[in-house]
Design a binder for this molecule. Sequence first.
Ligand code: PMP
Length: 384
Amino acid sequence: MKSDTVYMDNNATTCMAPEVIDGMHEAEKIYGNASSMHQRGREAAALVGLSRESVARLLGCDADEVIFNSGATESNNAVFNIARHLIALKGGKIVTTTIEHPAIIETVKYLRTEGVRVDLAEVDPEGIVKIDQLEKLVDDDTVLVSVMMGNNESGAIQNVMEACRIAHSHGALFHTDATQAIGKMNIDFNKSAFDYMSLSAHKFYGPKGVGCLIVKKGAPLFPLMHGGHQENGIRPGTYNTQAIYGMGIAADLAARNLDDEIQRLWEMREALRKGIEERIEDVVINGSQEHCLPGTLNVSFPRAEGESILLMLDLKGVEVSTGSACATGSLEPSYVLMATGMDVELAHGSIRFSLGRYNTMEDVQYVLDVLPPIIRNLREMSTR
Ligand code: PMP
């Protein structure tokens, strides 16, 4: 099944690269259990090993610092679970931010019900975490500091190096959710001094349901689940050889021409931004423009509803996203945009365009052709 649409929702997920699909087709024949000692088992283990090397090359970590799992939700939960254990042992608290992905925000809500102390640093109007506030919140009691690398909605790139320095200056561990940064930023885990880093393969043209947690050697570890001895018992469960192998191919592809790809994504994003500003009056570009993921453009269209824009664009074969979460029948505006101090109505009229490897300038041009009449029509219909 193939849709012929302009897909600009690459922050939600990416398609699998053709090279990944081909590789996974080959890997599906390697059905041995990667933990078995016989030949078929060793063949499967070899694929897992290759992927581990590829992921390590892309991220600048050592192969034995990669723990394969189901993706960033699991990785984020695993890290907060480690902090939970440490706090149970010796007390202390966690510091994170108001704009983290729900895989952290909801984990925080849960941990608070258990009595775990968690402080949240806020963001400035550009969606950048207030480092001075973070510095005040982090104290010698802090066990873990977690700040995402690039925000999935606004695209705002965070000062994770400084956040890591602050954490370490108080003896706290540092985690970054790098899910949106992979294949869009140069990352060198070993140089960074991070203790933990989360990612998912499906954000960089790999398969869904697979990812990893990168753990610096010597950083504390507690398993989230208990079972077999895979990943040194830290992440038990039979290896999904095929998906892990696909992720390795995706990592190799992402590492290839990364700087050129960053440049290309930024040029398309800028062409889209300038075109929207030229062709549509009264628009607000959200998030930092200086520190922004190269393919992400978040725009508010006052007097137009984000969901309506999304559906109208969909009818024209353009797939984008709003920041809203449709919770229990009521459309809540994006908490990420609201955290920047944005007015509720403006947050309701926001659209996230996220460009990726398979977008072209023609796609950008097409969106610039179909979007202005959509906004005009919706504004004319608006009773506000
Ligand atoms: N963190 C961030 C920043 C994300 O964008 C996502 C995916 N939207 C996740 C975590 C969760 O990833 P997954 O659904 O693959 O577990």
